[in-house]
Ligand binder design. Structure first.
Ligand code: HEC
Ligand code: HEC
Length: 388
């Protein structure tokens, strides 16, 4: 009996030891020596990602992981290929407030090119200045999402484009009435003819044109893209260290990965605030799967410094506060972890990948400096002339 107990003890200690070795150690300290910074600067800007230092990833992240890097080429769907004429029509519709019942609100009201294609508000206001309950996301680079909205409730950009028109708090117009209004404007005939080969206006064509326009909104080369292509001196030491922390100790790359800086998965970031007035069930609203409570789509970090306030509820500003939240392991107060919804008790379970990070104030500042390299300058964007 004594032996059995000792064997059990030895076995459990070994398992504990092994699992600790296999788990990437989030507390692994990173050197701040100049020689180390110079070394990783050379590797990261070598133009060859196979020479980059090994990332530190959580085992749960592996299935959906691909290395950060350039944005890929946009793929247009077979049933809605690109044409310049269709994108031009889409741009016009995107700016046309006559798609709304009040003739006052266009898509561009909440997705403004000068504000990183968002509205820089915590919550957008729409029809009759009603407040929505989620933060407007940027539509830059949405060509690379696999589902749309914070909860992924739209499966394609075409499908998504009709939803704000009909949303009571946004544009509040019936899609058929909106289509009729556009059809009555003589000036649109030529645009539809050029884009689709005939001038009849349908809601399907409106959706396809807007989606084609949106797929053209791709970030130009950022400082990050140029640095990894070989412009070694473009990054400051802090930005180099920030990139390294992002891939290692800070654990960001578990979810924000690929050229799009999102793995396109739904994760619980500890932001559901269940049982409070701000409660948001997130992905659960779409799937009704209790495991999806409080999960949101991992957003892109491209253009991130331009698209605040941050998170689905715009709860964080400045950006530094988001980093402080992650550094604390995304604390979710016990009182805000459960709620009864439609008679069912729902519990929010933050991702196991999120743990306190022990980043020093200097490291937090370096991480923030790196995030800045993912933004590009606001480009001049001339609004279209609206057809009469
Ligand atoms: C009243 C403000 C408002 C208007 C008007 C508006 N949007 Fe949005 N948009 C939002 C908000 C808020 C969200 C996030 C909503 C959510 O996730 O529930 C969003 C999300 C989106 C997304 C999803 C982005 C992503 O990464 O998933 C796209 C695409 C989009 N809007 C396009 C449009 C188009 C096209 C129009 C015009 C037909 C439009 N929006 C009109 C506020 C607005
Ligand atoms: C477990 C997956 C996961 C990890 C790890 C993770 N994030 Fe996130 N991130 C998310 C999700 C999900 C959201 C959206 C949460 C919400 O809206 O409530 C988000 C949102 C953000 C936002 C706000 C984006 C916006 O458009 O509002 C920033 C900035 C951000 N993360 C940065 C980071 C940084 C920096 C790290 C590393 C310290 C990190 N994230 C680690 C999943 C993750």
């Amino acid at each position: 009996m004594k032996y059995v107990l000792s064997w059990i003890l030895i076995a459990s200690i070994s398992i504990l030891f092994l699992s600790n070795c296999l788990q990437p150690n989030v507390y692994k300290e990173i050197s701040q020596d100049q020689s180390f910074i110079d070394k990783i600067r050379a590797l990261y800007s070598s133009g060859d990602t196979s020479r980059w230092p090994e990332p530190q990833l959580h085992k749960m992240a592996l299935a959906n992981f691909s290395e950060i890097g350039h944005l890929p080429k946009v793929k247009y769907p077979q049933d809605n290929p690109y044409s310049a004429e269709k994108a031009a029509l889409g741009k016009t519709l995107f700016y046309d407030p006559r798609l709304s019942v009040s003739n006052q609100i266009a898509c561009a009201s909440c997705h403004d090119p000068e504000l990183g294609w968002t509205d820089n508000k915590t919550f957008s206001f729409g029809h009759d200045r009603q407040l929505g309950s989620r933060n407007a996301m940027t539509i830059m680079n949405i060509a690379f999402t696999q589902s749309l909205f914070w909860d992924g409730r739209a499966e394609s950009i075409e499908q998504q484009s009709q939803m704000p028109i009909q949303d009571h708090k946004e544009m509040n117009e019936h899609i058929d009435l909106a289509t009729d209004k556009i059809a009555k404007l003589k000036g649109y005939e030529i645009l539809f003819e050029k884009a689709f080969g005939d001038k009849t206006v349908t809601k399907d064509k409106i959706a396809k044109a807007i989606a084609t326009f949106e797929r053209t909104l791709i970030s130009p080369q950022s400082k990050f893209d140029k640095f990894i292509d070989g412009q070694a001196n473009l990054f400051t030491d802090d930005e180099v260290m920030g990139m390294h922390l992002f891939r290692t100790k800070a654990q960001c790359m578990n979810c924000h990965n690929s050229g799009y800086f999102s793995n396109n998965q739904f994760e619980n970031d500890g932001t559901a605030l269940l049982g409070t007035k701000q409660q948001d069930l997130g992905r659960y609203i779409v799937t009704k799967n209790p495991g999806d409570v409080g999960k949101f789509r991992v957003p892109t970090l491209r253009e991130i410094t331009r698209t605040g306030p941050w998170m689905h509820n715009g709860a964080f500003t400045p950006l530094k506060d988001v980093l402080t939240f992650y550094n604390g392991g995304n604390p979710e107060p016990p009182k805000k972890r459960s709620t009864v919804h439609e008679g069912i008790t729902l519990v929010s379970k933050k991702s196991e990948m999120l743990k306190p990070l022990n980043l020093t104030p200097k490291e937090l500042q370096q991480l923030e400096a790196f995030l800045g390299t993912l933004s590009t300058r606001t480009q001049r964007f001339s609004p279209p002339v609206l057809p009469q």
